[in-house]
Design a protein around this ligand. Structure first.
Ligand code: GDP
Ligand code: MG
Length: 394
């Protein structure tokens, strides 16, 4: 699973990335920072189950802070997109290419309106334009990719009477399009059966639908801490009632995480408060006070960064966090308690989980046991978020 940060230049993509991964972007990056997409590890937050077992966990991956488990996910910071990117402007095609592997897009918008379409400083830019621009560029990009093969593809599918959704999913698997998504788009649009007869508008609407399902998007209304941020945010959520738009201050999150890393404060990503641990100088105190006053105390999700990652993974993609565990023995062979927490796609079953852990567990599956209730579960049991399961094998 990969989350891609997208948006025009200078909106705060790298700041968001840096805050979420707390990595030095330049250090962790590839030699061609501006061209190559940056990959890094961010974390989603899951209420840990260790308390339910009266235990204290020792995560193998990620970490646990005061009962909040932080589970690793892949994050990608893509260079800024400008108008015409889908036609190759500003190395657009290369940047867009990076986005193919993403499962979900986080569109970072400068909600303060202090940057124009190219990312240059201005006083009053309408963030609405940025939302429309990105939709259009992504739509054109998808459409371009489809049109490269569409004529011959659709004729072949029609002639050979192949299953259309299966053929599309196969042809565009690089975009992570799946059969279910194709079927859903077809259900929503009434298109002629023979795809080779579709006119341009029909192909476009089909492609647009697929883009939305295969790359769902959440919008980070970033720089909410700056003047006009709040007003613009309130305006924009009325203008786009169907979009998920979360107020965000990546810069504040970065400052909090850095202060926390330096041992100055206690801060759990995503919370609305922090605790000062050391004597701070005036400048540090002032900066933190400002964050508290302008961001943490104003917005439901604090800086918004953690909320955006969590919504992407758990709401948009519907993933489930599952812990391998046994009711009698919570630790692994080294005595680590609840060392793992894995993210599985929606609809996964107990058997899928067994295969996920090890092919042999899948092949020799007898049953699963819910470590919380000690109930036995069959192979078709649908996993629930925060399940703790033991797999019993032959
Ligand atoms: N006030 C404020 N500034 C921010 C925020 N996020 C990013 N910035 C600033 O915006 C500028 C561009 O950020 P950057 O992450 O490089 O943008 P990118 O081009 O989209 O990667 C930098 O000066 C950041 O410090 C934020 O939430 N609030
Ligand atoms: Mg950047």
């Amino acid at each position: 699973m990969l989350l891609g940060l997208v948006g025009k230049p200078s909106v705060g993509k790298s700041t968001f990335f840096k805050a979420a991964t707390l990595a030095e972007v330049e250090i962790a990056s590839y030699p061609f920072t501006t061209i190559k997409a940056n990959h890094g590890v961010g974390y989603v937050k899951v209420k840990c189950i260790d308390k339910e077992f009266n235990a204290k966990c020792n995560p193998n991956h990620g970490f646990c802070l005061e009962g909040e488990r932080f589970v690793p996910i892949d994050l990608m910071d893509v260079a800024g997109l400008v108008k015409g990117a889908s036609e190759g402007k500003g190395l657009g095609n290369q940047f867009l290419d990076d986005l193919r592997q993403a499962d979900v897009f986080i569109h970072i918008v400068d909600i303060s309106g202090k940057t124009d379409a190219e990312g240059k400083s201005v006083d009053n830019h309408d963030p609405k334009e940025d939302i429309l621009f990105l939709e259009e560029e992504l739509g054109n990009w998808y459409y371009g990719l489809f049109m490269k093969v569409w004529n011959s593809f659709s004729r072949k599918v029609d002639m050979e009477k192949s299953k259309f959704s299966e053929a599309v999913a196969k042809q565009f698997s690089g975009l992570k399009v799946n059969e279910e998504q194709v079927k859903e788009v077809l259900r929503n649009l009434s298109l002629p059966e023979k795809s080779s007869t579709w006119n341009e508008e029909q192909v476009r609407s089909f492609v647009r639908g697929l883009r939305k399902l295969s790359k769902p998007m959440i919008i980070a209304a970033n720089k909410i801490d700056i003047e006009n941020g709040k007003e613009n945010y309130e305006k924009i959520i009325k203008e786009f009632p169907d979009l998920i738009i979360i107020p965000c201050s990546a810069d504040s999150e970065l400052a909090l995480r850095q202060a926390s890393k330096a041992g100055l404060i206690d801060y759990i990503p995503g919370s609305k408060d922090f605790k000062i641990l050391k004597d701070l100088n005036e400048k540090q105190k002032e900066a933190l006070d400002k964050i508290k006053e302008n961001v943490l105390e104003v917005y439901e999700y604090g800086t918004g960064v953690q909320e955006i990652l969590n919504r992407s993974v758990f709401d948009l993609l519907g993933y489930l966090a599952v812990f391998p565990a046994s009711a009698n023995k919570l630790g692994d062979s080294k005595g680590n308690i609840l060392p793992d927490c894995f993210l599985l796609p929606p609809g996964s079953t107990a058997l899928d989980f067994a295969y996920f852990l090890h092919t042999d567990f899948g092949k020799n599956f007898i049953k699963a046991i819910n470590a919380k209730t000690k109930m036995a579960l069959g192979k078709d049991y649908k996993l629930q978020h925060r399940d703790a399961l033991e797999i019993i094998t032959r």
